[in-house]
Ligand binder design. Sequence first.
Ligand code: FAD
Ligand code: UQ1
Length: 416
Amino acid sequence: AHKCKILVLGGGTGGCTIASKFISKLGKNQVAIIEPADLHYYQPMLTMIGGGMKELKEASRPMSEVLPKDAIWIKENVSKIDAKNNAVTTTGGKRIEYEFLVVSLGLELRYDKIPGVLEALETPRSGVASNYSPKYVEQTYKYLQDTNSGKAIFTFPQGPVKCAGAPLKACLISEDFLRRNGKRKNVDVIYRTSLPVIFSVKHYADKLNQLCAVRGIDVGFQQELISVDSAEKTATFKNLANPQETEKFEFSFLHVTPPMSPPEVLKTTPELVDGAGFVNVNKETLQSQSFSNVYGIGDCTNLPTSKTAAAIAAQSGVLYQNLLKDIEGRSSEEKVKYDGYTSCPLVTGYSSVILAEFDYSLTPLETFPVDQSKEHRAMFFMKKDAMPFLYWNGMLKGYWNGPQFLRKILHFGVGR
Ligand code: FAD
Ligand code: UQ1
């Protein structure tokens, strides 16, 4: 069996960020990462690719160039986590023992849960696309260009999703595209969400509802996509408030946000997860509720905040401090606390963003001294041009813990 000090499961946003921080602190070979993928995707760019503002090749880099050079990269899938014995098994049959474990396995996309969706995504010229997967994101812009009439429909599934603003961003960008290309009057733009609200934070929800009304977007709540027929080009929705009631649309264009679930492999350790299968962590310290040498970060955890890379930036600073205390035998010291900070740059078109930022209390926690619930042009360029740079060169290298320090400077120490 291999032995390592810190073992990180997953080399995505959370895993890579944490691995970099500990490699900088502890040095060569003190961290091992299990990650099977060849490419690391900057997922927030997928929204921009769907709108034709970026190309797919800009969103990924080879995993080998992204993971910290001094870490041990095990290019395999985790097949079992044996937390009671401080060991993890890979699909290739390796057994790796650890002193400390960080779980950052992300979310699984479950297009398969809605009958007809996978088939439609795979059928040429189906008009069905999805920004959530690098495999289907290029279809969004392509099919959007092909749409000249009929209905363009955007969905939001039941259950947890990452970047809960992304389904609406897809809708707003597409609507702007159709408008700018003189096709808007011939296309109905329809947004159907399983949620009872457009956004979880009222401060932003009010503005978003207003925006949709002004732009003539037909918004429907508690409407879940339950099937797609790619031959007929129809999508059927269930009214969650009255489950016998369904509504069937013929579409020209359909953007699907898939249901998502925590990785299957987590189920191999029932003690590690909550009832829904998410890594069960203390919401302030990020330490596992069951194993004191295990931490969780990002989308695979049950942290009750919106699942974003921005949230992970803030989480990574907290996790690092707290785990370092454990490693250095300072476990009795008071732990640092995560406040639930998360951010979602709501791209509302080709030149504007509403920059939502909030915490566990669902009240705004804004960095900039302007009303961020309004559309801003500068925020659009921050999202499009500054964020990717910050992600690759700052965050993944372990140097970005979120904008908290900036907020404090810009607010002169006054307010939250
Ligand atoms: P991931 O980055 O998904 O990493 C999980 C890793 O685990 C993957 O590399 C995977 O290969 C690996 N893995 C899975 N199973 C196994 C296994 N069995 N063994 C080993 N490894 C495994 N966030 C923002 O902050 N702002 C945005 O504007 C934004 N927009 C988004 C738009 C879209 C369309 C999407 C999809 C996401 C967006 N996000 C945004 C969310 C953000 O990208 C995620 O929250 C973040 O990347 C999650 O990081 P993670 O480390 O938890 O998971
Ligand atoms: C952020 O920190 C982050 O992580 C790198 C993102 O993911 C890409 C974001 O989208 C945003 C908005 C932030 C927050 C940063 C600032 C400067 C408000």
